[in-house]
Ligand binder design. Structure first.
Ligand code: AMP
Ligand code: ZN
Length: 486
């Protein structure tokens, strides 16, 4: 097996050679938790969930770090007053850390609904202020950064003077960058317009602030990812991922910080996931062109004609390669639902197939093609196309129009189950319906307890008796109420 990964830094597919044989260190930029994630955000995280699952399936031990950005993320105009958390906390009349908590919980709940695996480490920016101050100090000591009016900036021209090539990832040259920079807040403090903040001085109104050698302030957004990735993965690690829109300036700045600090490029393989569009426009909160995950699942929206199971969205997303733009539409979701249902039916049918002495199908050849797709820069659409070859066989086997040996059938079962559930991360709708049933019964138990507390015996008995009529028996014990279904 030879895994190939498209490296945004070289612009080519490269053979993947991990730093430590059999191990992968992967960092993915996490969400800025100041509002609900939309389906576009979900697509990027899902792309990397698939990559994480694929690497694990291919036998790598993966340390997967995905951060939570909960400090120092300014809106595009770079104005300190427009710190996204501070702005949102004013709007919702909550503390900034309440905003952080509220939307971190939402983020986790959404990703769980879409069956994304949690990363192995999930650090927060606010939990790593000391590391960021330390990095800033190191960059000043090495002459790559300067203090100005209580803020600290990275000196891009100095970096380039030392032959370090700012712009190598986004392939921009520095003169062009200088010519195109708008006049942003803080410009008068900077030596050059492209210099970026490592540490920002807090104004008196700024609530999220920490003491530092340069006075009270907060860290720059780019620095947090350098601090957290290198802390948990080392000064140089294997893979860094994020949405394509983060390539510049965020990832460009991360490279500059890493190289300036440690005299080596921080990341061997840069991976960028492409955008989700709707009506041909990038999905985005700021333009209003977005759908929230719960709107998709409940069907409460004006865009889709019906509600969709989260696994159908997963399937829809994975039918496009992570580097391609995907335009979401009602038709695409309906088609994905059809495909998903057929795939699930075939997985179920596998238990009823009878075996023969010979196989009329080449299972090992099929599996080689599956692995070839997976190792070709995680090509999920080709992988799914191969899965449908197997689906076709399964339906034919079920009608005794093809034959399969017992060994081949076991092999097919094992691999298909692993690919569908572990690698694609799809979930059986029937199984998730069981979970929903459990939640509904727990809800009725809770309502019955409330009725009993208020001595509404009539209602509490009614709940118990009518559930019993449906074959659901409630049992009251010392540990609370349990139930059994007959
Ligand atoms: P943010 O919380 O704004 O930093 O965004 C979280 C992640 O979602 C980033 O990796 C973005 O690149 C990604 N993202 C934002 N909009 C889209 C979109 N329309 N399609 C795919 N990914 C997106
Ligand atoms: Zn980042």
């Amino acid at each position: 097996m030879q895994l190939k990964i498209y490296n945004s830094l070289s612009g080519e597919k490269e053979i993947f050679r991990p730093i430590l044989e059999g191990n992968v260190g992967m960092y993915v930029c996490g969400p800025t938790v100041y509002s609900n994630v939309h389906l576009g955000n979900v697509r990027t995280f899902l792309s990397f969930d698939f990559i994480y699952r694929s690497l694990t399936f291919l036998g790598y031990k993966v340390r997967y770090v995905r951060n939570i950005t909960d400090a120092g993320h300014l809106t595009d105009d770079g104005n300190v007053e427009n710190d996204r958390f501070v702005k949102q906390s004013r709007l919702e009349k909550l503390e900034p850390m309440e905003i952080v908590q509220k939307y971190t919980v939402d983020f986790h709940e959404v990703l769980k609904k879409f069956n994304l695996l949690p990363p192995t480490i999930e650090p927060t920016a606010t939990g790593h202020i000391i590391e960021q101050i330390e990095l800033t100090r190191k960059l000043i000591d090495k002459g790559f950064a300067y203090e100005s009016n209580g803020s600290v900036y990275f000196d891009v021209l100095e970096y380039n003077k030392r032959g370090l090539n700012y712009g190598e990832l986004s392939r921009r040259n520095i003169e062009e960058l200088f010519a195109n920079t708008r006049d942003l807040d803080g410009q008068d403090e900077k030596k050059n317009p492209q210099d970026f903040a490592l540490w920002k001085k807090a104004t008196p109104q700024h609530i999220m602030r920490w003491p530092s050698p340069w006075g009270d302030g907060f860290p720059g957004w780019h620095l947090e990812c350098t601090a957290m990735s290198t802390k948990y993965l080392g000064d140089q690690f294997d893979i860094h991922g994020g949405g394509l829109d983060l390539k510049f300036p965020h990832h460009e700045c991360e490279i500059a910080q890493g190289k300036a600090c440690n005299e080596q490029s921080p990341v061997n393989y840069w991976m960028h996931a492409n955008m989700l569009t709707m009506n041909g426009q990038r999905m985005s909160k700021s333009t209003g062109n977005y759908i929230l995950p719960m709107q998709l699942i409940t069907g409460k929206n004006d865009f889709f004609e019906k509600a969709f199971h989260p696994s159908v969205l997963r399937f829809c997303f994975l039918q496009a390669h992570y580097r391609s733009v995907l335009d979401i539409s009602n038709e695409a979701m309906l088609a994905s639902e059809k495909g998903f249902t057929r795939l699930m039916e075939s997985v179920k049918l596998l238990d009823n197939i009878s075996v023969s002495n010979t196989s009329s199908i080449d299972i090992k050849g099929w599996y080689d093609k599956v692995i070839a797709a997976l190792t070709d820069d995680f090509n999920s659409p080709i992988l799914i196309a191969h899965l449908f070859e197997a689906v076709k066989w399964i339906f034919l086997l079920n009608e005794n129009k093809e034959t399969i040996t017992s060994d081949d059938l076991n092999f097919l079962k094992e691999k298909l189950n692993a690919l569908v559930f572990d690698v694609l991360g799809l979930q059986n709708i029937e199984e998730s319906n069981h979970e929903k049933l459990d939640e509904a019964i727990q809800l009725l138990i809770e309502l019955r307890n409330q009725a009993r507390k208020s001595k509404n015996w009539e209602l509490s008995d009614q709940i118990r008796d009518r559930l019993l009529e449906k074959g659901i028996e409630l049992k009251d014990g010392r540990e609370g109420t349990t139930y059994s279904i007959s």
